[in-house]
Design a protein around this ligand. Structure first.
Ligand code: CUA
Length: 354
């Protein structure tokens, strides 16, 4: 859903100009261009076709965006009213020779009005917020359950009903509600894919759920949004929403163990099993069954390497294996000082795991 570009509100500027042209002219030399710049930039930054909650792609995202717009409109009206009153008062009632301001104190009517009006507004916003919270956490009758395990600095996705495990790229069918159960293995992370759903923390030992229903096939980008250490900025998320048949094909492919490698890739497999790789990674159908790092059974079919840090190409795979820390600061995979031949073979093996 796309919102039309909202025209920047010039009321404040106009009011300013009409009040006192002399003062306005002087101040406008500085503030005018500044306001114009902010007005010119803000709608573009906030509403451009970027990954943002302003371009929701799910009913849950729509509900959050609607609530946000409602609150921002109320806040804007209050802001313009209050600032307008301040500007009007300071110009209209400024010190002038021979003029004494009227002397009075207190007004019960005004006191009551500005106590009741904000209280009423807060009640309205509270009720709408609770309603939206209930709306966006309703998983429906047949949700697709996915257990999300956050690690420093990657995501593990477990599909209990399909009995499969993958990492960093969450495949979902469009039109079906997905219920994520978020947990962390180390520190607090936060799962956020702005177009699809709100932001929910992944805590160690205290799972939370997050629900969304992707409406259109596509790749939705997300990001860990709770500072979780050195690799935080590179803890990216991809939600790949597919048609039900494409999704089913993906599930079937994921369920198959890795195909036996041939040629250079089989040399790569030999290196993988000799090196400490298998202590941390699982490749179904082989002896490698480590669980500290991402499951690599189908790593060759993923779009990116290292939780979104590099596009998945053979050259990038070599770069990653050569020195992960040079590509992703803080990465927990050490540099194993592999030779160029070993790197080429190992990368070929990784890319063969489709
Ligand atoms: Cu994980 Cu920030």
């Amino acid at each position: 859903m796309h919102h039309p570009d909202h025209e920047p509100d010039h009321c404040l500027i106009r009011l300013w100009f009409n009040l006192d042209r002399q003062i306005a002219r002087r101040r406008a030399q500085i503030i005018g261009p500044l306001l114009a710049l902010v007005a010119a930039l803000f709608p573009r930054v906030a509403l451009a076709d970027i990954r943002s909650p302003f371009n929701p792609a799910s009913p849950q995202g729509d509900a959050i965006a609607n609530l946000f717009w409602f609150v921002i409109v109320i806040a804007a009206v209050i802001f313009v009213g209050v600032e307008g009153a301040i500007i009007y008062s300071s110009v209209a009632h400024r010190d002038r020779p021979g003029r004494v301001p009227s002397q009075f104190s207190g007004s019960r009517r005004v006191e009551i009005a500005w106590t009741i009006a904000p209280a009423l507004l807060l009640v309205i916003v509270f009720v709408l917020t609770v309603r939206t919270m209930n709306q966006v956490s309703e998983p429906g009758s047949q949700p697709l359950r996915v257990d999300v395990l956050a690690h420093q600095w990657w995501w593990e996705f477990r599909y209990p009903d399909e009995n499969l495990v993958t990492a960093n790229e969450l495949h979902v069918p469009v039109g079906r509600t997905v219920e994520l159960r978020l947990e962390s293995t180390d520190v607090i992370h936060s799962f956020w894919v702005p177009e699809l759903a709100g932001k929910v923390d992944a805590n160690p030992g205290h799972p939370y759920t997050l629900v969304f229903t992707a409406q259109k096939p596509g790749t939705y980008l997300g990001q860990c949004s709770e500072f979780c250490g050195v690799g935080h900025a590179w803890m990216l998320i991809r939600v790949i929403a597919q048609t039900p048949s494409d999704y089913e094909a993906w599930v079937q492919a994921e369920k198959r163990p890795a195909a036996p490698p041939t040629g250079l890739a089989s040399e790569g497999q030999r290196i993988f099993m000799q090196q400490p790789c298998q202590n941390c990674h699982t490749i179904a159908g082989t002896a490698a069954s480590g669980t500290a790092g991402p499951d690599l059974t189908h790593v060759g079919s993923r779009q990116t390497i290292g939780a979104g840090v590099l596009a998945n190409t053979p050259a990038n795979m070599e770069r990653w294996l050569q020195n992960p820390l040079a590509v992703k600061p803080g990465a927990l995979m050490p540099n194993f000082n592999l030779t160029p031949d070993e790197l080429r073979a190992l990368a070929a093996y990784m890319e063969s795991l489709r």
